[in-house]
Write a protein that binds this ligand. Structure first.
Ligand SMILES: *Cc1c(COP(=O)(O)O)cnc(C)c1O
Length: 394
C-alpha cells in the first residue's frame, strides 16, 4: 500500500487482514518462517539486473514483507516504510545513526529510555554528535533549545518509568519549522493507541519486544517513517546491515494479530488496578496518564486512543527493607526487566541519578507495574499480601 492511501478498515480489522497473501501462501493463513540467505535467479541477465521479488535474505523475505505490510497499515497513511531490527534498542540506534552526522546536535527528552540515553552519551558523542536533554513537559518552549545544527528531536511519551506526557504535536511543529526531524519511541502506546506519524512525528519506533510480541519470547524492534524520513532510514538499514531473525519476525507478526484484544484487556485491568492503588493507604500517587487525576491526562486524551498496562506508583515513605519485603512477598507479579508480555511484572526504580534537565524527587519509593492478563482480583490479592508484609517490616 502506498503512503497516504487510506486503509478501508478499522485498525482492529486491519490487524487481522493486513500482510496476508493467500495465493503466495498457497492457501495457508500465515506466511512460512522463511529461512534464507541466497536467492537463486533463473538467468544471468536476471541476476545482473536483480530481477526477482527477493534479492538476498538480509534485504527481505516473504515473512519480513508480510510483517512490514501489516505494520505499515497499522502505522497509518503517513507511513512510507517500516524497517525491522533485532531489538528495540537497535531500532533506536539505527534510526539515530541513519539521521545524524558528525557535527550535529540532537535534542532528547529527559524521560527517555535509559539505554537510549547511554547510546547518545556514549557512541554518538564519540562520533562528534552532541546530545542535550530537555524537560518532557517543555512544549513549544523547546524552541529556545534549538541551535543552527540541531538535526533531530527524540521524544518518548509517556516516559516508561516516570510517565510524563510530552506534547508531541507542539514539539514537532517547532522542530519542523527549524528543519529538524522528530523521532518518537512509541513503545508504550503502540501505533494502535498512538498514531505517531499522524501527529507530526517523522520516525516512529517500537520495541516490539514489548506489546507487539506480547509473549516475552522475542527481542525485536521496528522503525516506521514518513516519506520525508524513509529514504534515510532505508539507507541506514542497508548500510548497517540491520536485519532480524526469521523466527522473531514470524512471532512478531503472530503477536500483532492479537494486539488489539490484548491491549484492550491490559488497559481495562490497568485502569482498575491504578484506581484501586490510588485509594490504597500505602500509596501516595499513581503515575498513569489514563487517570483523570494525572497531570498528563489532557494531552493523553487529546493525542492517544488508549493506554497500555504499564504504570508506576509512588509509595508513602518507608524504609528500603519494607519495600523489599513487599516485593519478595509477591507471587503473581514477577520481578524482572522488560514488559508488554501476558504476565504481570514489578520493579523498583530510581531516575534521580541520571536525569540532567529535570529533578526526579517523587517523595517516596517508586515501583513500576506491568498489569498482565491475569484476573484483577488475583492481582489485588497478591499486592495486598505484599502490603501486609511491607507494614510488618516497618
Ligand atoms: C524495552 C524498551 C526499548 C528497548 O527494546 P529492547 O527490545 O529491549 O532492545 C526501547 N524503548 C523502550 C521505551 C523500551 O521500553
Amino acid at each position: 500500500m502506498a503512503a497516504s492511501e487510506k486503509h478501508p478498515f478499522a485498525p482492529e480489522t486491519a490487524l487481522v487482514t493486513s500482510g496476508r497473501d493467500t495465493v503466495a501462501q498457497k492457501g495457508f493463513i500465515n506466511p512460512p518462517t522463511q529461512r534464507g540467505s541466497t536467492v537463486l535467479y533463473p538467468t544471468a541477465d536476471d541476476l545482473l539486473h536483480h530481477r526477482s521479488d527477493y534479492q538476498y535474505g538480509r534485504h527481505g523475505t516473504p515473512t519480513t514483507r508480510a510483517l512490514q505490510d501489516a505494520l505499515r497499515v497499522l502505522e497509518g497513511p503517513q507511513c512510507a516504510g517500516v524497517g525491522l531490527a533485532p531489538s528495540g534498542l537497535s531500532a533506536v540506534s539505527t534510526a539515530l545513526l541513519a539521521v545524524l552526522r558528525s557535527g550535529d546536535h540532537l535534542l532528547v527528552c529527559d524521560s527517555i529510555y535509559r539505554p537510549t540515553r547511554s547510546f547518545c552519551d556514549g557512541l554518538l558523542t564519540r562520533y562528534g554528535i552532541e546530545t542535550s536533554y530537555f524537560n518532557p513537559l517543555i512544549g513549544e518552549r523547546i524552541a529556545d533549545l534549538f541551535r543552527p545544527n540541531t538535526r533531530a528531536v527524540m521524544v518518548e511519551a509517556p516516559g516508561s518509568q516516570s510517565f510524563e506526557m510530552a506534547d508531541i504535536p507542539a514539539i514537532a511543529a517547532v522542530a519542523h519549522a527549524r528543519g529538524a526531524l522528530v523521532i518518537d519511541d512509541n513503545t508504550w502506546a503502540t501505533p494502535l493507541f498512538h498514531r505517531s506519524l499522524d501527529q507530526g512525528v517523522d520516525i516512529s519506533i517500537q520495541a516490539a519486544t514489548k506489546y507487539i510480541g506480547g509473549h516475552s519470547d522475542i527481542m525485536f524492534g521496528t522503525i516506521s517513517a514518513n516519506t520525508r524520513a524513509w529514504p534515510l532510514i532505508a539507507e541506514g538499514i542497508r548500510l548497517l546491515g540491520i536485519c532480524a531473525g526469521p523466527d522473531d519476525v514470524f512471532l512478531a507478526l503472530r503477536g500483532l494479530r492479537t494486539l488489539a484484544v490484548r491491549l484492550a484487556h491490559h488497559q481495562r485491568s490497568a485502569l482498575e488496578m491504578a484506581n484501586w492503588l490510588g485509594g490504597h493507604a500505602e500509596v501516595a500517587r499513581v503515575l498513569y496518564p489514563a487517570l483523570e487525576s494525572d497531570p498528563g491526562h489532557a494531552i493523553w486524551k487529546r493525542d492517544f486512543t488508549g493506554a497500555s498496562g504499564l504504570f508506576s506508583i509512588v509509595l508513602k515513605p518507608v524504609p528500603q527493607q519494607a519495600v523489599h519485603a513487599f516485593l519478595d512477598e509477591l507471587k503473581l507479579f514477577g520481578m524482572g526487566f522488560s514488559w508488554g508480555g501476558f504476565e504481570s511484572l514489578v520493579i523498583p526504580f530510581d531516575c534521580s541519578t541520571y536525569r540532567t534537565a529535570t529533578t526526579w524527587a517523587p517523595g517516596g519509593p517508586t515501583l513500576r507495574l506491568q498489569i498482565g492478563l491475569e484476573a484483577v482480583d488475583d492481582l489485588k490479592a497478591d499486592l495486598d499480601r505484599g502490603f501486609a508484609a511491607l507494614k510488618a517490616a516497618i
